[in-house]
Design a protein around this ligand. Structure first.
Ligand SMILES: *[C@@H]1O[C@H](CO)[C@@H](O)[C@H](O)[C@H]1NC(C)=O
Ligand SMILES: *[C@@H]1O[C@H](CO)[C@@H](O)[C@H](O)[C@H]1NC(C)=O
Ligand SMILES: *[C@@H]1O[C@H](CO)[C@@H](O)[C@H](O)[C@H]1NC(C)=O
Ligand SMILES: *[C@@H]1O[C@H](CO)[C@@H](O)[C@H](O)[C@H]1NC(C)=O
Ligand SMILES: *[C@@H]1O[C@H](CO)[C@@H](O)[C@H](O)[C@H]1NC(C)=O
Ligand SMILES: CC(=O)N[C@H]1CO[C@H](CO)[C@@H](O)[C@@H]1O
Length: 300
């Protein structure tokens, strides 16, 4: 009993000693440089960055042993009229154990030395939502990253689907909504078979609907392609074998949609909770649509 108790105390003391190690000097220095490189930020930002232990700083989460930074979350820290921020990616490369980097709403125009991101071997989530990134070449971290979640919605990406994204073959979530992308969707998307969520809404993607590519995404759960310029006639058979599909939104394109799914090669294996066909020319409403859709059906 006594031995056990003292063993416990020793264990706790050792744990406390490890905890008191605190964040690493180079990571602390990098955080301060990142903050400085922002130029301007809201007065409410970084409010407790005067405390010594940087693992306790607002926007930062360390690993359980309280030494290495695993998550950086700096949301909307810069005012709406601030100049674009071009962070030096080398600074982020200091965080060797970083898993999640979230910098939404900070007027990021792009990254300097983006190749440095390849050092972030553990990065799984990159959220750059609502920034001002224009050029897909700002996203060239190559195949060195194994990202699962990438959110670039609400940026100013122009032109075709950025080739730079084709290297991210393990993505589970890809969100590119609210950009200025056009042309047909890059065929490399058909190889991203781990995708569960694909949101390309509110762009100007055009040409015929990428049926072959979409029917390859066998793990997809949410597919949101609304408010683009896709044209032509499609059959819902395209989605028949996507057994995990739960949300399908192809509204507000220029599509004529054939909803019959009665042939043997085409019986719906999914159970949709939301089907949005607003603005589509829907030929006929079949009873299956009501049996299988568990929550919402939007036709207008
Ligand atoms: C980016 O940061 C690294 C490390 O601090 C530095 O060596 C490099 O010169 C910086 N690049 C630019 C373009 O400022
Ligand atoms: C994007 O950046 C690359 C390399 O810096 C440049 O060659 C290209 O012209 C840029 N594209 C646009 C649309 O600005
Ligand atoms: C579908 O995925 C397979 C396996 O990754 C790939 O070989 C094939 O080219 C893909 N087809 C399309 C149309 O993308
Ligand atoms: C898609 O849109 C672009 C830009 O408006 C245009 O140049 C191209 O011809 C369009 N492609 C098709 C197939 O409509
Ligand atoms: C769905 O899978 C079945 C069985 O593998 C196949 O016969 C059918 O052609 C597929 N349908 C589509 C639209 O890919
Ligand atoms: C996957 C699924 O639930 N499919 C059902 C869709 O609705 C038809 C008609 O009610 C059923 O026969 C399917 O089993």
């Amino acid at each position: 009993m006594g031995i056990n108790t003292s063993f416990c105390w020793c264990f706790i003391l050792v744990l406390l000693w490890f905890q008191s190690q605190g964040c690493l000097e180079e990571e602390r220095a990098a955080l301060l440089q990142i903050k400085d490189s922002m130029g301007s930020y809201l007065s409410s930002a970084f409010s407790n960055w005067y405390v010594k232990e940087c693992c306790d700083w607002e926007g930062v989460v360390c690993d359980p042993s309280h030494t290495r930074i695993q998550r950086i979350f700096f949301p909307h820290l810069r005012s709406d009229d601030s100049k674009p921020w071009f962070p030096n990616a080398t600074l982020f490369a200091e965080f060797k154990d970083l898993q999640e980097l979230e910098l939404p709403g900070n007027h990021i125009g792009g990254f300097i030395s983006i190749q440095a991101f390849r050092k972030l071997k553990h990065l799984r989530k990159l959220n750059l939502r609502d920034n001002s990134i224009q050029n897909g070449s700002n996203l060239w971290w190559g195949k060195y990253l194994s990202l699962y979640n990438l959110d670039l919605s609400g940026n100013k990406l122009q032109g075709n689907f950025p080739d730079s994204l084709c290297a991210n073959l393990f993505l589970r979530e890809l969100i590119l909504s609210r950009n200025n992308l056009f042309g047909s969707i890059n065929s490399c998307l058909g190889n991203m078979i781990t995708l569960r969520l694909l949101d390309l809404s509110e762009n100007q993607f055009n040409g015929s609907f990428p049926s072959l590519l979409i029917s390859n995404l066998t793990n997809i759960e949410s597919l949101v392609l609304s408010s683009n310029e896709f044209q032509g006639m499609i059959s819902l058979c395209v989605f028949a074998n996507l057994s995990r599909l739960s949300e399908l939104d192809i509204s507000f394109n220029h599509l004529e949609v054939e909803t019959e799914m009665m042939s043997p090669s085409c019986s719906p294996s999914f159970r949709l909770s939301t089907l949005s066909l607003g603005g589509c020319n829907v030929k006929k409403i079949y009873p299956w649509m009501f049996h299988n859709i568990t929550s919402e059906l939007w036709l207008k």
